[in-house]
Design a protein around this ligand. Structure first.
Ligand code: HEM
Ligand SMILES: *[C@@H]1O[C@H](CO)[C@@H](O)[C@H](O)[C@H]1NC(C)=O
Ligand SMILES: *[C@@H]1O[C@H](CO)[C@@H](O)[C@H](O)[C@H]1NC(C)=O
Ligand SMILES: CC(=O)N[C@H]1CO[C@H](CO)[C@@H](O)[C@@H]1O
Length: 331
């Protein structure tokens, strides 16, 4: 009996460690010292470019974080989002959802790549630069630090047609969004934590206009919105039809600071997108909103952990990828 138990326990342990090995395999070749010999200054070069860019264009951090999320959720973190379309291929970048992927995020990567090519030509992948730049920008605007391991290769495939279904939309229900996150290995708690990235940056009026004009037969505005906030949004977006570039801050209270204000806002009806406010309405996500709103340390720990996980999502190593010469073109 004891022997039998022993044997089946051992089998269990074996299965568990096999499973862990399979999960770890994707990033087995990533490590913090990947460029120690080939490009020892990589961290410093990326940091110098990032700091300069963020000081000159304070919208860079938010732009970069969103760009990184869109990269990792489509084909993994492989810089596929940076590739420009050619006459023969409509790239990820030109999917409709890209429309507003801001130029500053692209620009900071291109600058860091140029600087790196001078010191260590052909060595550092665009996807590693993206991971480092995103982490550095998050910390620069007040967010938590997390470890970024290196050694990603850049993808060779970037297609607009691969985008749909992989990225959440503000019009989705919480369970539709949760399905997308779960399909990438993220829990409900991690989805809520990652959504906290909306503590910085902005959204275009069209992303939430259905909440403030003609919401339903019985109500002009979404009743989940704080009424004075709704009025302010109506005012800010009133010339939306003639000016589609109109946009407002995601976090009206502390728009440029990475903090837990996003979650506090949701509790007061100050969530901008339907998908933001929905996190407070749905019982499966509300408990995490309450937790993160009450305790910024809890949010930062959860966010840092989820970002570390996002940074290794579907990464390519070895022959699955390449080190691009230019970030906007496969070699
Ligand atoms: C949970 C589902 C999510 C939905 C439905 C969503 C949707 C959106 C939308 C519609 C915008 C506005 C885009 C624009 O008008 O320019 C936006 C902005 C943004 N999103 Fe999300 N997002 C989600 C999750 C995330 C995650 C997980 C991250 C990163 C970890 C993220 C980071 C950002 C950032 C930083 C911005 C501001 C971009 C800027 O200022 O340039 N979002 N998001
Ligand atoms: C409001 O929406 C209804 C149906 O959803 C539509 O018939 C009506 O024309 C809309 N009104 C305005 C002012 O857009
Ligand atoms: C917030 O969470 C941290 C980490 O779990 C904990 O150490 C701290 O005591 C909490 N703070 C409050 C005010 O509850
Ligand atoms: C900035 C950018 O690349 N925008 C493109 C996004 O996709 C739309 C529609 O597919 C293009 O028209 C934009 O030029």
């Amino acid at each position: 009996m004891a022997l039998l138990l022993h044997a089946s326990l051992r089998r269990l342990v074996l299965v568990a460690s096999l499973l862990a090995a399979v999960v770890a395999f994707a990033d087995a070749r990533l490590n913090a010292n990947y460029y120690a010999k080939s490009c020892p200054q990589v961290e410093k070069i990326v940091q110098d470019v990032v700091v300069q860019k963020q000081i000159n264009s304070p919208s860079t951090a938010a732009g970069m974080v969103r760009l990184f999320f869109h990269d990792c959720f489509v084909e993994g973190c492989d810089a596929s989002v940076l590739v420009r379309s050619t006459p023969f291929n409509k790239a990820e970048n030109d999917a409709d959802i890209n429309l507003s992927l801001p130029g500053d995020g692209f620009d900071v990567i291109v600058r860091a790549k140029s600087a790196l090519e001078l010191s260590c030509p052909g060595v550092v992948s665009c996807s590693d630069i993206m991971s480092l730049a995103t982490r550095n920008l998050i910390t620069m605007v007040g967010g938590p630090f997390y470890k970024v391991r290196l050694g990603r290769k850049d993808g060779k495939v970037s297609m607009a047609s691969h985008v749909a279904g992989n990225l959440p939309l503000p019009s989705m229900s919480i369970s539709q969004m949760a399905n997308i996150f779960e399909s990438k290995g993220f829990s409900i708690a991690e989805m809520v934590a990652l959504s906290g990235a909306h503590t910085i940056g902005f959204s275009h009026c069209k992303e939430f206009s259905s909440r403030i004009y003609n919401f339903s037969r019985t109500s002009t505005v979404d009743p989940a919105l704080n009424p004075r906030y709704a009025q302010g949004l109506q005012e800010a977006c009133k010339s939306l039809n003639s000016n589609p570039a109109l946009s407002v801050f995601n976090d009206i209270m502390t728009p440029n600071k990475f903090d837990n204000m996003y979650f506090q806002n949701l509790k007061r009806g100050l969530g901008l997108l339907a998908s933001d406010q929905g996190l407070y309405a749905d019982p499966t996500t509300k408990e995490y909103v309450d937790l993160f709103a009450a305790n910024q340390t809890e949010f930062f720990n959860a966010f840092a952990h989820a970002m570390e996980k996002l940074s290794v999502l579907g990464v390519k190593t070895g022959r699955n990828g390449e080190v691009r010469r230019r970030c906007d073109e496969v070699n």
